[in-house]
Design a protein around this ligand. Structure first.
Ligand SMILES: *Cc1c(COP(=O)(O)O)cnc(C)c1O
Length: 466
């Protein structure tokens, strides 16, 4: 190496970070970089870009985890090189996944929890797809065995998360979504029965409706379907999309019957990375018993060594979130989950009690364990026009870094805007007290500086259905 080049390298090594060439220039954005960048510089550049993302702890829109114990960070690091799919190479990780499935089956009261089938997935979305595919297969097999047509499957649901619209479109299933109406934000058993017919693959019930946080009345739906069967012979399965409620109700509302205690519930899915407290991304789906998972959906893969049964859409992914999920189960147990979620509910109730004192706001859902998740959803009182919209309020709160989304409801209620706060691990009483002060200031500011052209849903940036 020429002497002057060595000098150049030495210079670079002693440059103060922000005096270095890389940080004085622009990063390549949409063309592939020609040369290499020193790791320290590249790290700083990327880390600085991430600063502009906003602070995830102040993101009160998300249901997902934004705080983890140091031990979880350590386990995630140790699992960075482990591929979840490679059960032959990493048998203990595969065993950890199996243990999680059985623990979750136990949590959801599966009749033979030790023999249930289930799997991890990237999140609830993949888990819902798997449950939907299994249900469609079961329905088709039943129809074909009876010599009946099976070319027009439908599913019946209330206001669902976008994953079910995706499922319906990707797999050619007609979706019959009972629309919201003012004051009625979830599907009632009567509305459900109006939509169900012989082509109904399943009813999807949501434990924690995305828009409001409230639980649907799953036991009532199951009872209505029992009556339908007694009267007409139609036997319609239920899948519970318990993305958020699946790791809340068992701890904080153990007597609420929504799970496999209802015989009609054939499968349940949930997000580990929501109230399961695992880091992104892990979801779970469990079937009532192995008979509910059609064998032809399970593939047997041999090219990683051994014979591995797989039922997933995804293939390679990090084992980290699954390992961390197991840590959470072992670390917390039922008591630990109850303590964390219980304090979230209490904090949410404090917020729900305060919101109506701050402005012309009415609580739509207020963080009660029997009825829904630790979320607070509010709207402007009917007939009141404070001179601003909730979109304006959301925008103002952003000045302090808070992301408190405002969004329209759907169906006949789509002219109603709501605003929602998710209280989860890491959203402390102290943080919520600060949020309340900032809300008060924001409302006060808008009274003193009335908005001349209020913001519309399209203009607002705080929208999130996550
Ligand atoms: C979040 C959510 C989903 C999607 O879950 P992911 O884990 O984000 O894929 C599906 N259904 C409901 C009800 C949800 O709340």
């Amino acid at each position: 190496m020429a002497l002057h080049e060595r000098d150049a390298i030495r210079d670079e090594m002693t440059d103060p970070l922000f005096g270095s060439g890389a940080l004085r220039g622009l990063v390549p954005k949409y063309t592939f970089p020609l040369g290499a960048t020193r790791s320290d510089d590249a790290f700083q550049l990327v880390a600085d870009e991430m600063l502009l993302d906003g602070n995830s702890r102040q993101n009160l829109a998300t249901f997902c985890q934004t705080w983890e114990e140091p031990q979880v960070h350590e386990l995630m690091d140790r699992a960075i090189d482990k591929n979840m799919i490679d059960q032959d190479e990493y048998p203990q990780t595969a065993e950890i996944e199996r243990r999680c499935v059985h623990m979750i089956a136990d949590l959801w009261n599966a009749p033979g929890a030790a023999n249930t089938v289930g799997t991890s997935a990237v999140g609830s979305s993949e888990a819902c797809m798997l449950a939907g595919m299994a249900a469609t297969r079961r329905w088709r097999a039943k129809r074909q065995a009876a010599g009946l047509p099976s070319d027009r499957p439908n599913m019946v649901c209330g206001p669902v998360q976008v994953v079910w619209h995706k499922f319906a479109r990707y797999w050619d299933v007609e979706i019959r979504e009972v629309p919201m109406a003012p004051g009625s934000y979830a599907m009632t058993p009567e509305q459900m029965l109006e939509q169900v017919d012989e082509n109904t693959v399943f009813v999807v019930a949501t434990l924690g409706v995305t828009y409001t946080g409230a639980y649907e009345q799953i036991a009532d739906m199951a009872a209505a379907l029992d009556r339908l069967q007694a009267e007409s012979g139609l036997d319609v399965d239920i899948h519970v999309d318990a993305a958020s409620g699946g790791f809340l109700a068992p701890f904080c509302a153990p007597d609420l019957v929504w799970d496999f205690r209802l015989e009609r519930v054939k499968s349940i899915s949930a997000s580990g990375h929501k109230f399961g407290l695992a880091p992104l991304g892990v979801g779970w789906v469990v079937w009532r018993d192995s008979g509910e998972l059609p064998a032809e959906l399970v593939f047997h893969v041999t090219y990683l060594g051994g014979d591995m049964p797989v039922f997933q859409i995804n293939f390679s992914r990090s084992a980290g979130p699954v390992v961390a999920q197991y840590y959470d189960f072992v670390r917390l147990g039922r008591d630990g989950y109850r303590a964390i979620h219980g304090s979230c509910y209490e904090t949410g109730q404090l917020l729900a009690a305060t919101i109506p004192t701050l402005g012309p706001f009415e609580i739509v859902f207020g963080s009660t364990p029997q009825d829904g998740i630790p979320a607070v959803t509010w709207k402007i009182i009917d007939g009141q026009d404070p001179g601003y919209t909730l979109y304006d309020l959301a925008d103002r709160l952003r000045m302090r870094g808070w992301q408190v989304p405002a969004y329209p409801l759907t169906g006949a209620a789509s002219n109603i805007a709501v605003q929602r706060v998710l209280v989860r691990q890491g959203v402390s009483r102290d943080m919520v007290a600060t949020l309340i002060d900032d809300l008060r200031d924001a409302v006060d500011h808008m009274h003193r500086h009335p908005v001349t052209v209020p913001m519309t849903p399209e203009e607002s940036s705080g929208f999130s259905h996550l």
